[in-house]
Design a protein around this ligand. Sequence first.
Ligand code: ASP
Length: 330
Amino acid sequence: MIGSWNALPALARASQELAANTPLLDAVVRGISLVEDDPDEMSVGFGGLPNEDCVVELDAAVMDGLTHRSGAVAGLRSVRHAARLALEVMRRTDHALLVGDGALKFARLLGFPEENLLTDRARKAWLNWKANLSDRDAWVTPDQAASSFGTARWAGRAGPEMLAPDAPPPKVPFTYGTIHVSALDAAGNLASCTSTSGLSYKIAGRVGDSPVVGAGLYTDNAVGSAGATGRGESVLQVCGAHTIVARMEAGDSPTDACLVTLKKIADRTRLPHLRDDQGRPTFNVTLYALRKDGLFGAASMHEGYEFAVLEHGMPRAQAAAFLFPRSRDA
Ligand code: ASP
């Protein structure tokens, strides 16, 4: 099994489940549920960072290599186990993706508990984001209000009407984060799952790559399994996970398949605000690939990322390959 860096506990749990004869995809989903339960993991499930309206919206998908079936939910509110619900979509319906109110209604019908997914920590992160987002609205941080509201903070600052027409938009500290697992069992079957609260402070209803088959995950028993984390828009726009599996089918190693896909993303990133002064993407994407013979790899857009591996029952972190080295003079 392989996964995103935050999947180590999921891999350990999934491996225990497999040892107890739980079917592969169920074992993976139970592993991921563990991370969805963790309030300190702010990119997945309960405690995930909310959207711009301060509401947590989850996306998740599963794919089964043996049957080539998938299930997914997107924009799911009030239900923490998005991955388990995606598995139910696959098992109990003839559909591949349920969104928003429809996904919630489906969860209710199956008896999934409903709750407020917003933890205090995530709510405070949202408040901080909101207060620092713009000096052109009424939100300020308590510090700003106490020390300088009406004086230094505003003195000398250009009001909106004084801003140069080409002034850059305020920097938005978006946070990415997702859990992905791809797994291979002793019988040679493959399965995958990706679950996320998505891009922090996203516009309500925004869906990234995670619940989209072929983007945030793709599994084909004949070839291998792949997944993605990081800037979902970029992964969607190159059909990331499907591209990786197609490259492995054409003969690339798992690591090369990830690197080629990252290169494709980098080459097609044309918007100036997404490129640095050397033309490299300013965001990260990490891709994961597991071939049907057990060979695996992962690669990130930028140097310095790890992924999770479970071999012979032991979970460990391993450095991901990368497309762009960290600049040494930084
Ligand atoms: N890919 C996820 C999304 O765009 C976020 C992430 O993996 O960081 O929703």
